[in-house]
Design a protein around this ligand. Structure first.
Ligand SMILES: C[S@@+](CC[C@H](N)C(=O)[O-])C[C@H]1O[C@@H](n2cnc3c(N)ncnc32)[C@H](O)[C@@H]1O
Length: 248
């Protein structure tokens, strides 16, 4: 969820969203990834995952794509329902770490998959979900269209992503945390604090709740709605793929 530092110093400016460099960064941090998330989010990551799992509402018999799944922390809670879960990510390092940790779960598989060119057939999944991933994708609009393509008509999309607190006071506090506290905590956990510029700036540059909802609609998603978590530090967007006329 938080984007952790690579050992080769890189800043938001030089990292850009170049896919090779983004996946390289995640390859390098895979082993310590989940623990650092919990520290940097002050434990809120657990609550965000619970809310996301509830929004997905996985059920046995369903096929679910957890995209940009990283080491599979979110995928595991989806798989507990008995649903067939595919954890897709374009970082070979994250996928390898996920397989090492969760390889024994029979209804959970890990697949190398680029969100902008998914290696899946049309209408394969009942639900597609992506947590703290869309912001890192170099072409999020293309990813939204790809997610629509692989979802069954009437199927669901759930996006959990950092967002912008609507209340002014909370925005100020959050900005202070990201600008002043996060770099100090990051330095305590990592030798490369510079990459936290990427996390901070990517959150700042990311569209607000309403704008993301508009982009989802433009990509073809229907019934778009969202709810704020932790005062809007994170937003949970939901949408439905329009049903074909004979299903409507
Ligand atoms: C911040 S991590 C989130 C991981 C996980 N979903 C979680 O909630 O902990 C972002 C993930 O997005 C992946 N990612 C970024 N761009 C991607 C793309 N174009 N296709 C697939 N995965 C991508 C990265 O490799 C990384 O594992």
């Amino acid at each position: 969820m938080t984007d952790q530092p690579s050992r080769t110093p890189s800043t938001r400016a030089d990292l850009g969203k170049d896919p090779a460099r983004v996946s390289g960064m995640f390859d390098e941090v895979a082993a310590a990834y989940d623990r650092t998330n919990t520290v940097l989010s002050l434990g809120n990551d657990k609550l965000w995952r619970i809310a996301t799992t509830r929004a997905v509402a996985p059920r046995r018999g369903q096929r679910i794509l957890d995209l940009a799944a990283g080491t599979g922390a979110s995928s595991v809670s989806l798989a507990r329902s008995g649903a067939e879960v595919v954890a897709g990510d374009f970082s070979a390092g994250m996928i390898a770490e996920g397989k090492r940790r969760h390889g024994g779960i029979p209804n959970l598989s890990f697949v190398e998959a680029d969100a902008t060119a998914l290696p899946f057939a049309d209408e394969e999944f009942d639900t597609v979900t992506i947590s703290f991933g869309l912001r890192n994708v170099n072409d999020p609009e293309k990813a939204l269209r790809e997610m629509l393509r692989v979802t069954k008509p009437g199927g669901t999309l759930v996006i959990c992503e950092f967002s912008h607190p609507p209340a002014a006071l909370m925005r100020v506090l959050y900005r202070f945390y990201n600008d002043r506290v996060l770099p100090i905590v990051a330095r305590a956990f990592s030798s490369n604090a510079a990459a936290y510029d990427y996390l901070n700036e990517s959150i700042r540059d990311w569209p607000d709740q309403r704008t993301l909802a508009g982009r989802m609609r433009e990509a073809g998603w229907d019934q778009v709605a969202w709810r704020d978590l932790s005062f809007g530090i994170v937003a949970l967007h939901r949408a439905r793929k329009p049903a074909t006329p004979d299903q409507a």
